[in-house]
Design a protein around this ligand. Sequence first.
Ligand code: 6PG
Length: 470
Amino acid sequence: MGSNLARNLASREGNTVAVFNRSYERTSTLLEEHPEAGFVGASTYDEFVASLAKPRTAIIMVQAGKGTDAVISELASRFEPGDIIVDGGNALFTDTIRREKAVRETGINFVGAGISGGEEGALNGPSIMPGGSDESWVTLGPILKSIAAVAEGEPCVTHIGHDGAGHFVKMIHNGIEYADMQLIAEAYDLIRRGTGKTPAEIAEVFAEWNKGELESYLIEITAEVLKQVDAETGLPLVDVILDEAGSKGTGVWTVQTALSLGTPVSNIAEAVFARGLSSHPEQRAAAKGLAGPDEAGRIPADQVDAFIEDVRLALYASKIVAYSQGFDAIRAGAVEYDWNIDLGAVSKIWRGGCIIRAQFLNRIADAYDETPNLELLLSAPYFAEAFTRAQAAWRRVVVRSVETGIPAPAFGSSLAYYDGLRADRLPAALVQGQRDFFGAHTYKRIDKEGVFHTLWSGDRTEIATTPSTH
Ligand code: 6PG
């Protein structure tokens, strides 16, 4: 990904790019393979730093973790105040906050920048989410704008906020990516097992969906993956791929972070858990033979089209929930870490270049254009209308999943979240009563101010109290 980003930079008018890798062999291979880039190859840190114009800007693309600290320290010991070190990897945002603080003390700017779009995006235009200081953005802004994807005429990069804000937003991007992929996978499974359609036939369904409101990179590549035939066996490739989903950790970080912020990203969590469940073959083997519904039952032929349309609507509704939860987590993070994040600007830079790029992001951008401080994304008029259209189908799909034993945890939990938000009264009142019963945790009342406790083990009268906990 680093070499593709360097090639992207080098292809822009007026840029000369210096490249450095711990192994000079890799650097010389890059130079040989891409003479058109006009790279300046460095074999040592000293040579690399000496070749940069001032203020120096270096973009690090290494595996997140200790390696990043080592490279930062090599560069920082040679850079001067005003120079900029950019970490373009998927670093944990709290590491970025720590690194930025340490590097800032030397007068050097450290910028954690989330970069999305994979290998191809890095080369042809990624979506870029830089954090760091305002000073760094003055130099870095034009550079990043020149290499970013363009959507609706605007470059897919914006200064997200200080220190770790960029990596925080990239982490949430990845959380949403997990949710979107899981929802698409559930839609595929429900159609496959519900209708008996082949992967190639389902590829056509996804290709068709990609012409409408679900149009997105992930739907597009899903059709491509489902079409693929394994050269060795002649079977659909999806049928010979081991069904254990891996992960590099950004989805887990999203959920851990959201838990500590008290923000329910249930859809993203289900996606992470689903990957976890898939990756425990021994437990799945132990569960073989457990009771399931008598007959999964195929959808009658004359109802297949209607069922597929139900799944499409359920996918769209669940997708709105996933994105709304993701944007909620960004809002909560901005409050916690004191970042001034423009959610509308985030939705705009995700319209191109990144893995979750989708038509749908235009609707989110519209919602924030209309109401910049929108309390709840999914309540925006456009989405409220979409739920009105989709909710009956969404419920039918979840019911069918439950009845047939075809798991659709992300569909189900999105619907439960939606209904939870809509409810006039939640059973949280009972939970508060239980907490007060065993722990004197107190409760508030709907009809008067104050905090109360019932003397459960005494005469059960209610007393006004000062809260010990909340
Ligand atoms: C991107 C991707 C990219 C990568 C992640 C997720 O935005 O370009 O999100 O960062 O694919 O590492 O990978 P895992 O599924 O392995 O966690």
